[in-house]
Write a protein that binds this ligand. Structure first.
Ligand code: AMP
Ligand code: MG
Length: 266
């Protein structure tokens, strides 16, 4: 999975990164089997994370419309105890949110001890859509790269494990997915006419995200550019990175408060 991890200082050109890679898999069923195995491990690791109450885990998902951020969460966290996982979907800011700094609404949703928080969109919108649509001038958004690095460093030093994923689809795959949304009555509600205007600015988005990823992939909060044209491979990559990271924490169940060996409940 290291192939998808962006080392600090690497200049990322998204167009040069594979969107349709399937790694070692030649079939969907093989990958799904492996993802299922990882999912069971994730269920156990989440239980340990909660029991230990020592770490906080923040997962950031970014990606163009129809890259499948919602379905990624659904697949990767299927069967994981919902009590320990919270998913926060960041939409266009409300007037109250706009009246504050851009990290105000973000900070209140970061995970607490033993929790996993999944951000479906995040503060990266504030250097993404905000930049592309010129909602603030460059003199405002450019300093945000450094601010974000400092914010994430603070979270990491306070005990948060941060992993950031860019779900990378090709422009043609987005066309197919958006068309499917239009054609399927159960998906049509997701279609937003504004999506086509955003699609028309594809190159600007790729440039903005490329620079954001290049400047904010750090040892304490690395980015992964995840090949997403094949959704089953995307799920496998996400599950692998998350499970490997949690495994690396070497967690164990806490010792009971007193000696309970041989205690019998009557
Ligand atoms: P969706 O994820 O499809 O429900 O759409 C959410 C919309 O909110 C997307 O068009 C985002 O670009 C937009 N959005 C999220 N965060 C911000 C932000 N900070 N500023 C402007 N628009 C945002
Ligand atoms: Mg949308």
């Amino acid at each position: 999975m290291d192939a998808y991890r962006i080392d600090q200082g690497t200049k990322v050109i998204l167009d040069d990164r594979m969107a349709d890679d399937t790694g070692e898999f030649s079939s969907k069923s093989e990958a799904k089997k492996e993802t299922g195995r990882l999912n069971e491990r994730l269920q156990d690791l989440q239980d340990l994370l909660w029991a230990e109450h020592q770490h906080r885990v923040l997962l950031v998902l970014q990606g163009m419309d129809a890259s499948g951020k919602d379905s990624a969460v659904r697949h990767v966290f299927a069967g994981v105890n919902p009590a320990g996982v919270k998913v926060i979907s960041f939409k266009a800011p409300t007037p109250e949110e706009l009246a504050h700094d851009y990290l105000w609404r973000i900070h209140r949703h970061v995970p607490g001890d033993g929790e996993i928080a999944v951000f479906n969109r995040s503060h990266y919108e504030d250097v993404g859509v905000v930049r592309v649509k010129q909602l603030v001038p460059e003199s405002v958004w450019r300093p945000r790269f450094e601010q974000i690095n400092a914010f994430e460093k603070m979270l990491a030093e306070e005990g948060t494990i941060i992993l950031k994923f860019f779900l990378h689809i090709s422009k043609d795959e987005q066309r197919k997915q958006l068309q499917e949304r239009l054609d399927d009555p159960t998906k049509r509600w997701k279609f937003n006419p504004g999506d086509l205007a955003e699609r028309a600015r594809w190159d600007d988005y790729m440039a903005a995200y490329g620079e954001a990823i290049s400047t904010t992939s750090t040892p304490w909060a690395p980015w992964y550019v995840v090949p997403t044209n094949h959704r089953w491979y995307r799920d496998y990559v996400l599950s692998s990175v998350i499970v490997a990271t949690l495994d690396g924490l070497k967690m164990s169940y806490p010792e009971p408060l007193e000696e309970l060996e041989g205690v019998v409940v009557k």
